[in-house]
Design a protein around this ligand. Structure first.
Ligand SMILES: Nc1ncnc2c1ncn2[C@@H]1O[C@H](COP(=O)(O)OP(=O)(O)O)[C@@H](O)[C@H]1O
Ligand SMILES: [Mg+2]
Length: 243
């Protein structure tokens, strides 16, 4: 069974169709890079998958074939995914409390919260900062905490929207390593929007190129970068694409 099966999906904002995907199937336990120019609909797609935005038409089937939609059962499905954004929003409290937040909402026993929070903080290498005020951290450190806050919930799917766009090269590498390690250890499915083609090359099994709300190409990363099958992909990679 696939992770997502998207058919006839559209999203319209103010009479403008910003997303129109006829068919897109994503497999489980893979890393996908979603590429495309600004305004291509990448964030909209991620928000729809995460049930933050409702599409205007179309169906999305999630893992076991159930339809992904707002309302009925959506809460259960949304819990199986976590999204991390370009600019992490930290609560003005300690790193520990930031990471514990989601588990407290889920009303887990105190002991288990403690154990899982410290595991997650270790996982992202932030144990020295556990009592530190989160809002005082550097951008790279905050993004690690944002990842810990997501990973502590043990998501099956990680949705990452330009998670390293504002970070220096070392922090980029650290974040990539955390995501890769989680994927390898737990089989987490990853869908990552990025403008960094090197990152896509380093991380992705599969690439999806979105332009003007449409999927121009979906192929395995090696083929995409070495042997793109269509003109628009070539133009995008060359930097000669006209939008
Ligand atoms: N809430 C919204 N209201 C109106 N237009 C929106 C909204 N969100 C996104 N859009 C429009 O939809 C298009 C796709 O946006 P987005 O998914 O953010 O693109 P990307 O992430 O690829 O840069 C853009 O033209 C954007 O202006
Ligand atoms: Mg975006």
């Amino acid at each position: 069974m696939n992770l997502f099966e998207i058919t006839h999906l559209t999203k319209v904002y103010r009479d403008r169709t910003v997303l129109s995907i006829d068919k897109l199937y994503l497999e489980r336990e893979r890393i996908y890079a979603v590429l495309g120019p600004n305004g291509a609909g990448k964030s909209t797609l991620l928000r729809i998958l995460n049930l933050l935005v409702e599409p205007d038409s179309g169906d999305i089937k999630f893992v076991d074939g159930q339809l992904l939609k707002q309302g009925h059962k959506s809460y259960d499905m949304a819990r199986r995914m976590c999204m991390v954004f370009q600019r992490p929003l930290m609560f003005s409290t300690s790193v520990y409390n930031n990471v514990a937040y989601g588990l407290r909402l889920r009303k887990l026993p105190h002991r288990e919260i403690e154990r899982r929070v410290s595991e997650a903080i270790d996982f992202v290498g932030m144990q020295d900062f556990i009592n530190y005020p989160a809002t005082k951290l550097s951008g790279g450190e905050m993004q690690r905490v944002a990842l810990a806050r997501a990973l502590v919930l043990r998501p099956e799917v990680l949705l990452l929207d330009e998670p390293t766009a504002n970070l220096d090269p070392h922090s980029v590498q650290v974040i990539e390593e955390i995501v890769r390690k989680h994927h390898q250890q737990f089989g987490t499915s990853v869908i990552m929007v990025t403008h960094n083609l090197f990152q896509a090359k380093r991380m992705a099994d599969e690439v999806i190129l979105l332009v003007g709300g449409e999927v121009v190409e979906k192929s395995n990363a090696e083929d995409f970068f070495n042997n793109p099958s269509n003109e628009r992909s070539k133009a995008f990679l060359d930097g000669t694409m006209v939008y």
